[in-house]
Design a binder for this molecule. Structure first.
Ligand SMILES: C[S@@+](CC[C@H](N)C(=O)[O-])C[C@H]1O[C@@H](n2cnc3c(N)ncnc32)[C@H](O)[C@@H]1O
Length: 213
């Protein structure tokens, strides 16, 4: 299902600040060489993540689901001078590419890349986060939400990607895949949580923005 008409997406891209040279090259290389390149956040969502990071000025960011590092580079932009972004992914094959681009973007000291299952990496990190971006396996979101909650500062934010899951979330249940069902379970969980307030943004594949009260 096309969530945003192509002409509207093109208009949105036209009036969004252009990608930096590093992000443009990373986007291109991902599309040329990596399987499932559509997983990359891309121009407009990437710029959105960058702006959110500049608004919050986080000292600690956690990202679950690095892929080729596009969103990590966008989110790292707003870090404080002593800020650090931890990012986790199970796919060790992309580590070299990520590290190359983190270096080119000037963030090799600020982005700490962890290879392993998100749940194991979260458990290992003794940090309090200002901003958490959940973008790993969709079936894990409900668990990640519970697991990161105590590590999120009061007033801190979680951004969860793909909550519209290509529009499948609004199809009859019999036509929804398991990932879309997982996104609905996650959104229901957050909706029922009095400790949180949230807004579901229809950017790209849907981003649920959650604030810890
Ligand atoms: C949608 S992609 C992330 C895209 C990236 N955040 C971006 O916007 O450019 C999802 C990533 O989650 C990773 N992943 C899947 N299951 C995982 C798990 N259990 N723990 C950590 N990462 C996982 C995949 O290897 C994949 O690279």
């Amino acid at each position: 299902m096309e969530l945003i008409p192509a002409a509207v997406e093109a208009f949105s891209e036209k009036y969004t600040s252009p990608e930096s040279g590093v992000l443009y090259n990373l986007n291109r290389e991902t599309h040329l060489k990596v399987e499932l390149p559509h997983m990359l956040s891309g121009h407009v969502q990437g710029q959105f993540l960058r702006m959110i990071s500049y608004m919050i000025r986080p000292r600690r960011i956690l990202e679950l689901g690095t892929f080729t590092g596009y969103s990590a580079i966008c989110l790292a932009a707003g870090l404080t001078d002593d800020g650090v972004l931890h990012t986790a992914d199970v796919n060790e094959e992309l580590e070299t590419l990520c590290r190359q681009y983190f270096e080119e973007a000037g963030y090799s000291d600020k982005i700490k890349m962890h290879i392993g299952k998100a749940t194991d990496i979260i458990a290992q990190l003794d940090e309090e986060f200002d901003l958490i971006f959940i973008d790993a396996d969709k079936a894990g979101y409900v668990h990640y939400y519970d697991q990161v909650w105590e590590k999120l500062k009061p007033g801190g934010f979680i951004l969860a990607d793909n909550v519209l899951y290509h529009g499948q979330v609004v199809l009859p249940e019999s036509e929804q895949g398991s990932q879309a069902k997982a996104m609905i379970r996650f959104c229901e969980k957050v909706l029922a949580d009095d400790r949180a307030e949230q807004v579901l943004l229809t950017i790209r594949d849907g981003v649920l923005m959650i604030r810890k009260k």
